[in-house]
Design a protein around this ligand. Sequence first.
Ligand code: G6P
Length: 609
Amino acid sequence: MCGIVGYVGKRNAEDVIIEGLSKLEYRGYDSAGIAINQNKDTIAYAKKKGRLSILENFLKEMPLLGQVGIGHTRWATHGEPSDCNSHPHLNENGTIAVVHNGIIENYMEIKEMLIAEGYTFKSETDTEVIVHLLDKYYKGDLIEAVYTTIKQLRGAYALGVVAVNHPDELVAVRKESPLIVGLGDEEFFIASDVPAILKYTRKVYFLENGEVVHIKDHTIKVYDENKNKVDKEVKTIDWDIEAASKSGYDYFMLKEIYDQPQAIKDTLLRRLDKNRIIRLDDIRMTKEQLEDVGKVYIVACGTAYNAGLVGKYAIEKLAQIPVEVDIASEFRYSDPFIDEKTLLIVVSQSGETADTLAAMKLAKSKGARVLAITNVVGSSVAREATDVFYTWAGPEIAVASTKAYTAQLVAFYMIALDFALKRTTISSDKYNELIDKIESLSELVAQILDGKEAIRSIVKDIKDTKSAFYLGRGLDYMTAQEAALKLKEISYIYTEAFAAGELKHGTIALIEKGTPVFCVVTQDNLAEKMISNIKEVKARGAFVIAIAKSSNLEISKVADDTIYIPEADDLLMPILSTVPTQLVAYYASLERGNDVDKPRNLAKSVTVE
Ligand code: G6P
């Protein structure tokens, strides 16, 4: 997803912007560009298709000196990745430059109008209409031109704007797309995300929708959409820049897999009081309000959706409330039944996923209460929600989500336990037993990680396969779905997950001699059924790799290979069974020579529909 960085201060803006953009690479991009206000007749700029390093090498030959500028990494939506479609975009005489993250939905009609007025377009992007509108409305006051322009725009946009007549100014806007402001000592930054500016400052403003930032004469002012001045609260980022770097691991994904014992601990322990009762400080639902809930939806995308599948299971089992789970992009257009008694739980690592945000806005407009599970403090999802549960997993940089997923599962277990306690559907003994068991998960995950070399050698045997399958029943089917997503997204091996009981209704036709079939077998009441399914696929030539509890000695007699994992309560097993599947995906990607952290065609944070 596109990334924006802007700078006004005394440093060389090019250095700050390129450094910042490199910290946003995790968002996924296909081209990069920069514009610097050099106090000349036109804005200097450079933009290149491909990795940021291509732009950097170009700038080594032709540096753009100056202390005010904007930069961008683009993830193509309108028009193919190319130098021309990359941002920044400039008006015809090169006096105004814009970077944009988001989508302008009415750009076609604006473009037609501008062409009729004599404007010519160089790119296929929606963004270019913005800079021509700025040109049209600019009458000497940049901020006025920005306000008039954004009134014409429909859609999502975070913008950074510079103009030759305003050599020490930068204007930024946030509407539905993320943007933060970094506050330094007589210097200011704008960025799509915190890691881009952490090297320079920890003090930030989180912008609200519709807010416009005006940096000028070493001061910063923030206005709302009606041009009223807003007094922003300065927030201090308390996580370390080290946490956003690889800490010695080859890839962010591996580091983040290894972060999991800590992330599980952080998410759980900081919320247990001295009597080991869960305190969910940002969830203000009373017992009475919970009793009043008629319907619960869990809505999310991708890995967060898979976490929701486990969440449904936990809430139904512990709190005895029926729950429906839906994909956000489906939910928002399905005319779902929502009223004031509906509780919508949204799950989003980034807190910025466009479909998830739209789903929650829809639910809110119909009177529902919204509880958000997110990893990013101050994110759009967090700010829109009535109640928030922050997973304290730390920043997740690899596109493939790992520690955010396991932290989301911990979140669901805690929410389910909290609801169960309030609804008195759990005994205090069972409650205490589960809290103890959740606490021990951190150590058990660490034990699984110790066995990573055995998993690597299993992966070496299957790395050249064209397709693979994951099978499971009950909660193991939930793990299978997340495991299949992980394997396919970074190894590019065609992988699907199936409910093992559905095998004979079609899936089994796909099994050929040597097809790797991963079978997740951690649910005691379903283990025997899974053994039958393993025999069925083996009889058709499958190469079966089981992921099973260490006590299940039968499994290794039927499977070709077994990854044994420690025991926990069956309800909690998805956290443990997922970890080996993350390593399977990681090593498969590595062995096949892929870019583990930045798989092709994917973005970390999907801020457009
Ligand atoms: C993208 C990411 C996934 C993530 C999904 C939802 O597809 O690549 O890893 O699960 O978006 O993102 P969210 O930030 O809402 O959890």
